[in-house]
Design a protein around this ligand. Structure first.
Ligand SMILES: [Zn+2]
Length: 279
């Protein structure tokens, strides 16, 4: 499983130039101070220590995989030795000299860790975290057929990014998108409420659709309308980058660039793709 509840790039990506090196060895993920860090697999904490640059650091080795996953800048540790997948092994933070704000730096070495050999690192965003597809409750089973159109692929990529997660240890009631049958986490407006049968809105003003299928269709209709130029805020010539600066604006604490890139990557298109070309 991915070691954080929320999987959102919030800093340097893999191989990107940073203020302190020519190529970033891993990926920086959004994580406010004190966010639980989960063991991604059954495995072993090989080391945990304070490093000048990385701050509180964990070296984790999954059972049966010849990789070492490093977690940096933690605020505290919560386990040592052998651990089970999903166990809280620490809490994220902002420790060490190579960080300017709370986040999780995660990198993956093939075999031994050698920070001077970039070729020995894997891209954590392409790594198989073996996330198990959420098992839906029977009453609103999101049976996801293979994507049949680009709009559907796009909606599925959004669903993945927003985190549509059925009840589990980490989310006893399921994620917000799951609870609301709203895989795109659409805000409540007269428009979004018109896209399908709704139950109402939640405490953060997100629509609650009556069933998953209604919510997923609402998301597809919204994307189709946006790409067709039927909505004021979106133009068919917008790129995915431009689309996400409206859909997930940074003024709401989002990271639209990362969102656009993650969706584009899932869909296998460039983030500079025009949204009209996704119809
Ligand atoms: Zn980093």
């Amino acid at each position: 499983m991915f070691p954080l509840k929320q999987r959102k790039i919030g800093g340097y990506k893999f191989a990107q130039r940073t203020w302190y090196s020519s190529r970033h060895l891993g990926v920086d993920y959004v994580a406010s101070k004190g966010t639980p860090l989960y063991a991604p697999f059954d495995g072993e904490i090989l080391k945990r220590f304070y490093g000048f640059e990385g701050g509180n650091t964990i070296w984790f080795k999954p059972n049966g995989q010849n990789v070492i996953i490093r977690f940096l800048h933690l605020s505290s540790f919560n386990a040592s030795g052998k651990v089970k997948s999903g166990q809280v092994i620490g809490y994220t933070g902002n420790s060490g000299s190579l960080t300017k704000g709370a986040h999780l730096h995660l990198d993956i070495s093939k075999g031994a860790v050698n920070i001077w050999n970039f070729a020995n690192f894997l891209d954590p965003d392409k790594f198989d975290w073996k996330d198990i597809a959420p098992v839906p409750a029977s009453n609103n089973a999101p049976s996801v057929p293979p994507a049949s159109s680009k709009i559907e692929q796009w909606a599925l990529a959004i669903k993945k990014h927003e985190g549509f997660i059925a009840p589990c240890a980490q989310y006893p009631k399921g994620s917000r998108a799951y609870r609301n049958n709203n895989p795109g986490n659409l805000r409540y407006t007269s428009y979004s409420a018109s896209l399908g049968l709704i139950k109402g809105k939640d405490d953060k003003n997100f629509v609650i659709y009556q069933t998953y299928d209604i919510g997923f269709n609402a998301l597809k209709k919204f994307l189709t309308d946006a790409a067709n130029g039927k909505l004021i805020s979106y133009k068919p010539d917008m790129t995915l980058y431009q689309f996400y600066s409206k859909y997930a604006p940074s003024t709401d604490g989002n990271y639209p660039k990362g969102y656009a890139e993650s969706v584009a990557w899932v869909m296998g298109v460039s983030p500079n793709t025009k949204i009209k070309d996704l119809l």
